[in-house]
Write a protein that binds this ligand. Sequence first.
Ligand SMILES: Cc1ncc(C[n+]2csc(CCOP(=O)(O)OP(=O)(O)O)c2C)c(N)n1
Ligand code: SF4
Ligand SMILES: [Mg+2]
Length: 300
Amino acid sequence: MLNILDNKLDDTLNPVEPFLRSDRMPHIWCPGCGIGTAVNSFARALIESKIDLESLALVSGIGCTGRVAGYVKLDSFHTTHGRAIPFATGLKLANPKLNVVVYSGDGDLSAIGGNHLIHAARRNIDLKVICVNNLIYAMTGGQTAPTTPGHAITSTNPYGTFEPAFNLPHLVEAAGAVYVARWTTFHVRQLARSISEAFSKKGFSFIEVISPCPTLYQRRNKMGDGLDTMKYYKEKSRIRHGAPTGEVGLTLNGDIVVGKFVDRDRPDYQTMMRAQYVESLGERYIEVPEQESETECVCG
Ligand SMILES: Cc1ncc(C[n+]2csc(CCOP(=O)(O)OP(=O)(O)O)c2C)c(N)n1
Ligand code: SF4
Ligand SMILES: [Mg+2]
């Protein structure tokens, strides 16, 4: 079904185009939005990593970022708000051979889905989570999210936010993630490389993509349009691989620390589960047979 990488690509075709459902275009994203840029890096990571697309599944939640599941020409699922991680966990447990990517927004993953995020990291479920962080709930009008930096103007805090924001790399590292990186949509190559690298890790990987929402966040905070934000990201970003995640929290106008912060190994959920069963059941333990890639439809 998915033989995109085997096809000899037409020179006149954008290399990313075969990964998109062109029949769904035009997309809903506003001019200058960073979500499409992040998708471009994701597609390039698929090319770079030469990952088997037949064994790849992508799951999104709800929001502007959640729309990614509908635009990529992959086995993808657009789930309910905050439930991309549990859905993806089910896919992975049912078919451990799958490479499961969760692609969703900061609100979806860290607000309504926050509990799932920390527990998937704690259990070290083998998922690659790409979180597009535009610092607000964009799709619903630009409300304050758990990621909104202090003093930012949002639709629900027109006089400025005052709640402390989540520092997502710190949160997921503390919960147990084995790979944690952050880039902005200015860092297209580094982002593609990080996604590609995460595919080679076994366990919970989290890549945060700081991304503009010119329509709702940049406009209210007088940060200009999409191009102005690219210049802003270029100026404000500081690459610090291995930076202690406790030091990478975002502020309204401060530096944006980017890089690979965490790269470590520990047994993933399914490895731990198997080890526990082998230890307690001994010879009574029966290995679950691997699923065939093509499953017969039982409804005839
Ligand atoms: C159960 C439920 N609650 C609330 C909503 C409304 N809702 C839709 S998208 C969204 C926020 C999305 O924010 P984020 O994940 O940051 O995505 P963005 O639009 O910023 O890319 C909310 C609150 C919903 N669809 N379902
Ligand atoms: S509202 Fe913001 S996040 Fe949503 S598509 Fe427009 S620019 Fe992108
Ligand atoms: Mg958001």
